[in-house]
Design a protein around this ligand. Structure first.
Ligand SMILES: C[S@@+](CC[C@H](N)C(=O)[O-])C[C@H]1O[C@@H](n2cnc3c(N)ncnc32)[C@H](O)[C@@H]1O
Ligand code: SF4
Ligand code: SF4
Length: 380
């Protein structure tokens, strides 16, 4: 076995609890219950181990990380381990006092998600009134002098608002806006027919991004929609190559959605050290490097650039995680994606279904669906 490269980033999913119900959410269908989450001490130890392993930055995410009452203690442990700490949040619950406690503990930057530039549309997509909270959260971050990035997941219901979203980022004082076309995992896959944009929408949005880049303003990051381009994403910079995810219950994964892969048997921090998991576990070695690849990836010149695409997407679409990602035009399964974007919901006409929201009242751990959003903070 060739020695594993060192990881540099840790995605810490502190909880699956969340006040919002985004239909595009990539979190799994089965959510971890609050009672099964790692304790404060277990997160402290996870941060210490991550620092010792060489990790230099952590994204504190979820779910909604602000639901953890011990968030400042976790931030403090990450900072003490030498990690650059960034909060990834919906903004619901981010008051000036809360942020002050977090910055005192060592928080360095905030990524705030927003669903649309129009308040009513944003609330509809998020499944709860939250736009005003987000606007307040942005002001609080700006007043504290912390770097602010806006994250927008793009899909059919907001791609036509890209210009307005960039205006919003400027108004809210964001230094950077990440326009990430929806990745179809978890709950997003359930809503794929409603979320898939048309090619015309994508082309217009891409032109807008290019025009706004030429005009200056906030840094614009455009995350390419891989269903449309014929080129797979180099998912996570390679399996077990640069980053790791710790799920709310301590399961450690090479990518946030890999728990869905059958037979992976992901290890837990409750049973093993992070070093053992990264270097030696079967899960982290399953698709590391290029030895596992089959044709056409095995002999392809791009295999060390895109690593054969995304294992989770290969599994979700073909039932076999070791196949070439169907997003690749060279994949024998590429028609699975092409049919969807040419003749399916991403095609020109076609009826667009309503969003399916996770069931109101469902606790993390029980999945279900409802056809309309609710204001209830049902998972808090
Ligand atoms: C799962 S969320 C958790 C943090 C927080 N609840 C939020 O939404 O900002 C982490 C990040 O993933 C993004 N995200 C969620 N689902 C996604 C998807 N299907 N494709 C791309 N990004 C997604 C969110 O916009 C957010 O920036
Ligand atoms: S805010 Fe939306 S994207 Fe973030 S965890 Fe909650 S439901 Fe998922
Ligand atoms: S065949 Fe495999 S390695 Fe080559 S471009 Fe497609 S996904 Fe990448």
């Amino acid at each position: 076995m060739t020695p594993a490269p060192r990881p540099w980033a840790l995605l810490a999913e502190l909880t699956h609890g969340c006040p919002l119900h985004c239909p595009y959410c990539s979190n799994p269908l089965e959510l971890t219950r609050r009672s099964a989450e790692l304790t404060t001490d277990e997160w402290r130890d996870a941060m210490r181990q991550a620092g010792a392993l060489g990790v230099v930055q952590t994204h504190l995410s979820g779910g909604e990380p602000l639901l953890r009452a011990d968030l400042a203690e976790i931030v403090g442990a990450a900072a003490a381990a030498g990690l650059y700490t960034q909060l990834v949040t919906s903004g619901v619950g981010l008051t000036a006092a809360r942020l002050a406690a977090l910055t005192d503990a060592g928080l360095r930057s905030v990524q705030l998600s927003v669903q649309h530039a129009d308040a009513a549309a944003s609330d509809r997509i998020g499944g709860r009134r939250s736009f005003a909270d987000k606007e307040r959260a942005a002001a609080v971050v700006r007043d504290a002098g912390l770097p602010l990035g806006l994250n927008v997941v793009l899909h059919r219901a907001n791609l036509d608002a890209v210009d307005a979203l960039i205006d919003l980022a400027e108004d809210w004082g964001a230094e950077r806006i990440e326009l990430a076309n929806t990745q179809f995992y978890g709950w997003a896959l359930e809503n794929r027919a409603a979320l898939l944009p048309t090619r015309a929408q994508l082309d217009r949005a891409r032109e807008t991004v290019e025009r706004r880049r030429r005009a200056g303003g906030p840094d614009l990051v455009w995350v390419v929609p891989d269903y449309f381009g014929g080129e797979p994403k180099p998912c996570m910079g390679g399996w077990g190559a640069r980053s790791l995810t710790v799920a709310p219950d301590g399961t450690v994964l090479p990518c946030p959605v890999a728990a869905a892969l059958p037979g992976l048997d992901p290890p837990s921090l409750r049973d093993h050290s992070l070093e053992w998991i990264w270097d030696r576990s079967a899960a982290f070695n399953a698709y590391r490097g290029t030895d596992w690849m089959r044709d056409p990836c095995r002999t392809c010149a791009r295999r060390t650039a895109d690593f054969g695409g995304c294992r989770c997407q290969a599994y979700a679409l073909t039932g076999d995680a070791a196949r070439t990602d169907p997003a690749c035009a060279l994949s024998p399964d590429h028609r699975l994606v092409r049919d969807l974007v040419d003749d399916g919901p991403g095609g020109a006409a076609g009826p667009v279904p309503d969003f399916v929201y996770r069931a109101p009242g469902a606790a993390p751990g029980r999945s279900g669906s409802a056809s309309s959003p609710s204001d209830a903070d049902h998972r808090a």
